[in-house]
Design a protein around this ligand. Structure first.
Ligand SMILES: [Fe+2]
Length: 253
């Protein structure tokens, strides 16, 4: 198995003491990262809203923390991020802003952000990049910030991926697709897209800081603590995965 830790929606500030809805995002991220590192994954995938305001200081501090783990980290932007600042202050040795290959698997990172908007959209060139990447096979993990599936939380679902149908059309046409990882919703959600040729597991992972209560019509903060998703990728395309909460969650140790 190739072991992967999925972390998302860190919302780090330039000032590490600053809080988001009462939570010190730096402190919760540090604890999630320490927990994940103790499990010795082969790679980290971070799917956006890495910072709250796109701040250079926050990216530089995140880069240093990721590099200190010695584990390769693959990062993509969310609506709160600045792709330009990520290029300048986050990219570095062991911290990548593009995908990679892991044996019989490949990781495809997509930028679903639209400048000035909370919701997401994949441009025609990004969809074309996805199509070409998936054609390389044999198995693929696709990661993006905005959920390409409705999570059942009305106010959030209107802020997801506006052209999700185009995304799924590409995935349906490419049997290499096995797994889609997303953030943005600050809650756990899993579903499967089943076609005659292949099945795609679609996972939305909770935040490393504040969680939002599922199945609500307006934003409500959930009592679940910081979280990450742990995934195993097998040589034959098989997948195992689970969400782990550090505290206040259903599977609190
Ligand atoms: Fe987001």
């Amino acid at each position: 198995m190739f072991w992967l830790a999925h972390l998302t929606d860190l919302h780090l500030f330039d000032d590490p003491a600053q809080r988001l809805r009462g939570v010190c995002t730096e402190e919760t991220f540090d604890r999630v990262l320490a927990t994940v590192v103790s499990r010795q994954p082969d790679a980290l995938v971070l799917t956006g809203d890495l910072t709250q305001d796109g701040g250079a200081i926050a990216y530089a501090r995140l880069r240093a923390k990721l590099q200190a783990t010695g584990i390769p980290a693959y990062c993509l932007p969310g609506n709160h991020d600045s792709p330009e600042a990520m290029e300048q202050h986050l990219r570095g040795e062991g911290v990548f802003l593009q995908g990679t290959g892991w044996g019989s698997w490949q990781l495809v990172l997509l930028d679903s952000t639209v400048p000035g908007q909370v919701g997401g959209c994949l441009s025609p060139s990004t969809l074309d990049f996805l199509r070409r990447s998936l054609a390389e096979g044999p198995w693929a993990v696709v990661a993006l910030h905005h959920p390409a599936c409705a999570v059942g939380t009305d106010w959030m679902d209107v802020l997801g991926l506006v052209n999700a149908a185009d995304f799924w059309q590409v995935c349906q046409g490419q049997a290499a697709t096995r797994l889609v990882l997303q953030g943005h919703a600050h809650q756990a959600f899993e579903t499967e897209h089943i076609w005659p040729t292949h099945t795609v597991t679609c996972c939305v992972t909770p935040s490393t800081c504040v969680q939002f209560r599922p199945c609500t019509s307006t934003l409500e903060v959930d009592s679940h603590g910081p979280a990450y998703r742990w995934l195993g990728l097998g040589n034959n395309g098989e997948i195992c995965h689970e969400v782990r909460y550090l505290e206040g969650g259903k599977n609190t140790p």
